[in-house]
Write a protein that binds this ligand. Sequence first.
Ligand SMILES: NC(=O)c1ccc[n+]([C@@H]2O[C@H](COP(=O)([O-])OP(=O)(O)OC[C@H]3O[C@@H](n4cnc5c(N)ncnc54)[C@H](O)[C@@H]3O)[C@@H](O)[C@H]2O)c1
Length: 279
Amino acid sequence: MGQGIAQVAAQAGLDVVMVDAALDFAQAGVGKIKKTLDRLVEKGKLDGGARDQTIARLRPGGRHQDLADCHVVIEAAPEKEELKLSIFKSLGEVCNDEAILASNTSSISITKIAAASGRPDRVIGMHFMNPVPLMKLVEIVRGLPTSDATYQTTVDLAKRFGKTTIGARDIPGFIVNRMLIPLLNEACYGLYEGLGTAADIDTGVRLGLNHPMGPLELADLIGLDTCLAIAEVLHRELGDDKYRPCPLLRQYVAAGWLGKKVGRGFYEYDPQGQKKAIA
Ligand SMILES: NC(=O)c1ccc[n+]([C@@H]2O[C@H](COP(=O)([O-])OP(=O)(O)OC[C@H]3O[C@@H](n4cnc5c(N)ncnc54)[C@H](O)[C@@H]3O)[C@@H](O)[C@H]2O)c1
């Protein structure tokens, strides 16, 4: 997700510092964006000059201090509460006092993240959809202490990225994942109970409900670890058993079958990310 967010920001004309857990990960991330843009140029969908300008706006970094001069920081680290709290504590210490700190979290409390940052009025949720360059929506999530100025600047930024925004309250899952994760989890239960094959379930939802993707292929795209993490937050924080993560989803994550990003989830994928034919 971080790569997609960096790409749309740079394409909107902003200078971007891309920080990952280590500098070489960030450098690899910039390399992947370049490959994506190269493909668009080959297909005639992007001008070569625009690609070069976009790449020139991306600078990889390996430390939070590399973000010290940024006006807005958008965090997209794995969906783990302790990790996000420690990142926001550190960002609150090293970033410019006026900087807005946004999180792309799918489910973790913005109010809690804001409290860890030491600047709670300048923290907000900016929840992009996957894949970021293609999906129009950004959910803007206000924590309890988020200021009106922070909200307005964040909405304006999302619009500059070419996105449509919706406002959501800081309640687990916000709007989109409150609907989506129960659907994906129910599809896992369907597979677990032998209702049909993964292909049957996905075809049923695509053709029967007119969704562009089936829930199991979408779960593979999101990442099964991310889906499980969100389902656990919904279950724990809302306290309702209707959100209980499917045991099969837990098993896939335990096996390391995390979806498209590792080549195997409910389906198998070739190195180009194409779904392999089912025997
Ligand atoms: N996958 C989706 O479809 C999707 C959609 C919307 C929002 N999100 C949210 O975006 C966030 C990231 O999800 P993802 O699917 O891209 O996860 P991912 O595991 O694919 O990628 C996480 C990235 O964070 C990096 N990272 C790990 N520890 C870090 C640290 N301490 N500091 C900086 N970077 C670190 C990893 O190296 C990796 O590049 C999560 O909060 C998730 O809920 C994901």
